[in-house]
Design a protein around this ligand. Structure first.
Ligand code: ARG
Length: 459
């Protein structure tokens, strides 16, 4: 079986099924660009320390350039017989330039090669996702600024709790996505370390210059232990965990968008391009995009658990188990990218229905806490004020009205210290604007926060 790069030792070929079972080229060919980048940096270093000649390096550079063109133009022939992206490219290089191509793999193994490829690819994914998170936060802050004083009910236990502004609600997500961006940035530091030089597991006897390779590939440093460098995928697990958290936040937002779009709630409309109809019920406009995002969060969580489980039983150093790291990792990265791209667009196009939000905030006694706080300012201990307002709410429920509908005389029956200024705190506007501190829902604060985030995301 001549096609296999390691075949001289073997007396019989693998079956077609085993070939398919062990091959990864169908999915790792997407690493080609990074594989070539890594090979060029390695070759440059080999020439620099005198392991290969300057002519060999020039040939390798020329050959790789042609291979890149062939891949980009879809002319490159990927062969399952050649197992993975690395052997496919190397084989073609040898076809094109002969012996210089055969010297490229000096002082290197596919084990440190693949670890390098994944890190180069992942670093780029992290940077792209970071950009997309900025765009999503910008979209959230833009809508939040427009609606810094649009009042809606805030919920706990999905029961009306206290009025908040819609802008404030959206900026809660902007905070979550800011932390997600920090997490990805932090993960990047550990991704951005160079495995090359570790070779198969123990390092290499050639006089290599790992720091030179690291500089060429813009890594922050080199992995300090060869056994660790080729075997651990903790950086990929960390990335998947960070993606799971982004998607968890996306999923919570999705759940709210779906709820808010329900005709029963009617707080928002999503643009038609993110929804679909029903093949049987003509009236339907379904929030497919947020529903799918909520669903895909499950798959992304699965990818995290798969990677953790993949790693846990592996003795040092490299084991072929690690080839299974890719599909889930790619899937999490792709899902993240698509989801963030769509959400930045979708959030920016939310159509808000302030009247419905306001009507909902007026139901459910959302200013009851404000009445209690009012009584505290009149001298009552908070627990007594709480009890007094509870009695007033009960009375309102019996007569099917809101607290603000009670007359001053009726309110005074609950506590004699209540005066006409009570109606200022019983209004929705009074309630929200009194929460005027950092992190509070007062429209003035929400406007400030939205402007802060907009300045940050533009800057
Ligand atoms: N395709 C392999 C992977 O993804 C490359 C490394 C293979 N190394 C080996 N010794 N078989 O992990």
């Amino acid at each position: 079986n001549k096609a296999q790069a390691w075949s001289a030792r073997f007396s019989e070929p693998v079956s077609d099924l085993v070939k398919r079972y062990t091959a990864s080229v169908d999915f790792d060919k997407r690493l080609a660009r990074f594989d070539i980048q890594g090979s060029l940096a390695h070759a440059d270093m080999l020439a620099h320390v005198g392991v290969i000649s300057a002519q060999d390096l020039a040939n390798i550079q020329k050959g790789m350039q042609q291979i890149m063109v062939e891949i980009e133009q879809g002319q490159f022939e990927w062969l399952l017989d050649l197992e993975d992206v690395h052997l496919n490219i190397e084989k073609r290089l040898v076809e094109l330039i002969g012996d210089a191509g055969k010297r490229l793999h000096t002082g290197r193994s596919r084990n440190d090669q693949v670890a390098t490829d994944i890190r180069l690819w992942l670093r780029e994914e992290i940077d792209i996702s970071g950009q997309l998170l900025v765009q999503l936060r910008q979209a959230l802050a833009t809508v939040a600024l427009d609606h810094h004083d649009t009042i809606m009910p805030g919920f706990t236990h999905l029961q009306v709790a206290q009025p908040v502004t819609f802008g404030h609600h959206l900026l809660a997500y902007a905070e979550m996505f800011a932390r997600d961006a920090q997490r990805l940035q932090d993960c990047r530091k550990r991704v951005n370390q160079l495995p090359l030089g570790a070779a198969a597991l123990a390092g290499t006897s050639y006089p290599i210059d790992r720091e030179r390779v690291a500089r060429t590939l813009e890594f922050d440093g080199v992995c300090r232990n060869s056994l660790d460098a080729v075997s651990d995928r903790d950086f990929a697990i960390e990335f998947c965990a960070a993606v799971s958290l982004v998607m968890t936040h996306i999923s919570r937002l999705s759940e709210e968008l779906i709820l808010w779009m329900s005709p029963r709630v009617g707080f928002i409309e999503l643009a038609d391009r993110f929804c679909t109809g029903s093949s049987i019920m003509p009236q339907k406009k379904n929030p497919d995009v947020p529903e799918l995002a909520r669903g895909k969060t499950g798959r992304v969580n699965g990818n995290l658990i798969a990677l953790l489980t993949l790693m846990k039983g592996q003795p040092l150093a490299y084991n072929k188990d690690n080839q299974e790291d890719k599909e889930g990792l790619f899937d999490s990265a792709d899902t993240l990218r698509d989801t963030l791209t769509i959400f930045a667009d979708m959030v920016g196009g939310i159509k808000v229905k302030p009247e419905n939000m306001r009507a909902a905030a007026l139901q459910g006694f959302s200013t009851a806490t404000d009445l209690a706080d009012y009584l505290v300012k009149k001298g009552l201990p908070f627990r007594d004020a709480h009890e007094t307002v509870a009695l007033a709410v009960r009375k309102c429920e019996e007569s099917n009205c809101d607290l603000a509908d009670l007359t001053l005389e009726q309110l005074q029956e609950f506590n004699a210290s209540i005066e006409a200024d009570v109606f200022e705190v019983l209004t929705l506007e009074g309630s929200v604007s009194s929460r005027n501190h950092i992190g509070g829902t007062a429209p003035a604060r929400v406007k400030e926060e939205a402007e802060r985030i907009l300045a940050e995301t533009r800057g």
